[in-house]
Design a protein around this ligand. Structure first.
Ligand code: AP5
Ligand code: MG
Length: 208
């Protein structure tokens, strides 16, 4: 089974994906995390993707489709996986359908725009271990330091308000159409993403 997490930036794809991954023992594959790590390590992939990501635009289909297909072929995904941030347009959704024979369940996390802007401006991440916090809803125990590894938390380059608005525009134009793509295949479940992290996860558990 391949689970796909769909929803606007800040909907909680990463947060819910981590909880689901722990619960069902399948890996969460986040194209955003893979690309950010490449940018941090200044690999050829990172150098190509950096500017596009800072502007909140989509990295080229060939690059992300290549990344995901490699992952799906690997042992890590032998029993299935949870895709976070892929597919992000119809071309990517069609590529996934062609490549994989696994059943697909798309989970659409629906959150109003005002709420996602609030969540994203308050997000902080740990540059060392990747843990995600929220200075309002899920703050670290000690101010701006990672609970797990003690590293100083940072803000993602694309979590500035003007970039957030561009990411939402890109989402509406390119990603929203794939909700209908999966709905028409009877592969979509929709979860109300408002409320606390725990509330959303228990709705998700009930649905699955
Ligand atoms: P990506 O990293 O996928 O970013 P995104 O889609 O914009 O989504 P986010 O990670 O911002 O949000 P999320 O839904 O994961 O929310 P989170 O759980 O963190 O992509 C980044 C970039 O990479 C793209 O712009 C593009 O350039 C490139 N890219 C990636 N994939 C690509 C692809 N397939 N094709 C082309 N380009 C691609 O939660 C957000 C915050 O809210 C956190 O602080 C969290 O603690 C908090 N929070 C979560 N749930 C709740 C709750 N219920 N209540 C209150 N706060 C909450
Ligand atoms: Mg994310």
């Amino acid at each position: 089974m391949i689970y796909i997490l769909l929803g606007p930036p800040g909907a909680g794809k990463g947060t819910q994906g981590e909880l689901l991954s722990r619960k069902i023992g399948m890996p969460r594959i986040s194209t955003g995390d893979i690309l950010r790590e490449a940018v941090r390590n200044k690999t050829p992939l990172g150098l190509k993707a950096k500017e596009t990501m800072e502007r909140g635009k989509l990295v080229s289909d060939d690059i992300v489709i290549g990344i995901v297909m490699e992952k799906l072929k690997s042992n890590e995904c032998a029993r299935g996986c949870i895709l976070d941030g892929f597919p992000r347009n119809l071309k990517q959704a069609e590529a996934l359908e062609k490549f994989s024979n696994s059943d697909i369940k798309a989970i659409y996390i629906n959150v109003p725009e005002g709420e996602v802007i609030k969540r994203l401006t308050a997000r902080r991440i740990c540059p060392n271990c990747g843990a995600v916090y929220n200075m309002i809803a899920n703050p670290p125990k000690e101010d701006e330091k990672c609970d797990t590894c003690g590293e100083k938390l940072i803000q993602r380059d694309d979590d500035r308000e003007e970039v957030i608005r561009d990411r939402i525009r890109v989402y509406r134009q390119h990603t929203e159409p794939i909700i209908e793509f999966y709905r028409s295949r009877n592969s979509l479940v929709e979860v109300d993403g408002s409320g606390t992290i725990e509330e959303v996860f228990s709705r998700l558990e009930e649905l699955l």
